[in-house]
Write a protein that binds this ligand. Structure first.
Ligand code: DC
Length: 226
């Protein structure tokens, strides 16, 4: 463990944690980790067939090739995902990659191999990390932890809007079904399932705008005396 401070933000898909985490990281001028991107990049690079993975060593060598960076984009006011200096953000957002990442994420070798990738983002002056197990497994000593929720219907609508903005057209009913499947899998896997850390602040984002969620969370963070 290091004494570099971490803010851990967990929750199910479509809850808005990526947007708000990026906004907090930017405001504090801290490093940013969207851990779902690592699972997505793994699928994009190697496919989702976890049974084809032969050993922890093999998985570790794939994890070492990921080389993911998050770079602030002034045009979109959000982080873009770069790999070896090439932008790959939109390649990782399809529903096929989402489902594949959720399936792959239940593989214990993959989770084990990605631990050091994720912890490597912890650099001064601090890190804002979002995912499913940031506060429970990867950064259990985070000084501030949040668990975001919202109703499944609202989450599906938000994700639909996000995909549409990226030029991906998906049926809303199918998307809701896919999100429910993914949540169920993410919450019921045996290794590092999605759950609220004991000391995580619960934030229900159903009826709040991004700005309201952001302001509420910043209030909690600054109240902790950085
Ligand atoms: O946050 P996301 O939708 O980009 O994540 C894609 C999948 O990756 C998600 O369904 C579960 C998995 N994941 C995980 O198991 N642990 C994390 N810390 C982040 C993502």
């Amino acid at each position: 463990m290091t004494n570099v401070p971490v803010i851990a933000i967990d929750g199910p898909s479509g809850v808005g944690k990526g947007t708000v985490s990026a906004k907090i990281a930017r405001a504090l001028n801290w490093h940013f980790l969207d851990s779902g991107v690592l699972y997505r990049a793994f699928v994009w690079l190697k496919g989702q067939n976890a049974s084809a993975l032969q050993s922890l060593q093999e998985v570790e060598s794939i994890a070492n090739e990921l080389s993911i960076e998050f770079v602030w984009d002034f045009k979109t006011e959000s982080y873009q995902v770069n790999r070896k200096s090439k932008e790959i953000s939109s390649l990782l957002r399809s529903e096929a990659v989402s489902q594949g990442a959720s399936q792959l994420a239940s593989n214990p070798w993959v989770r084990q191999a990605l631990i050091s990738n994720q912890r490597a983002f912890r650099k001064p002056p601090g890190l804002v990390a979002d995912g499913r197990d940031m506060g429970t497994v990867i950064f259990p000593d985070a000084f501030c932890k949040f668990y975001l929720t919202a109703t499944p219907a609202v989450r599906a609508m938000r994700r639909h809007k996000q995909l549409k903005e990226m030029g991906l057209n998906v049926n809303l009913t199918e998307l809701e079904k896919s999100i429910e499947e993914r949540d169920f899998r993410d919450m019921h896997r045996s290794v590092a399932p999605l759950k609220r850390a004991e000391n995580a602040i619960l934030v229900d984002t159903t009826h709040q705008s991004v700005q309201e969620v952001y302001e509420g969370m910043m209030h909690s963070i600054t109240g902790k005396n950085l």
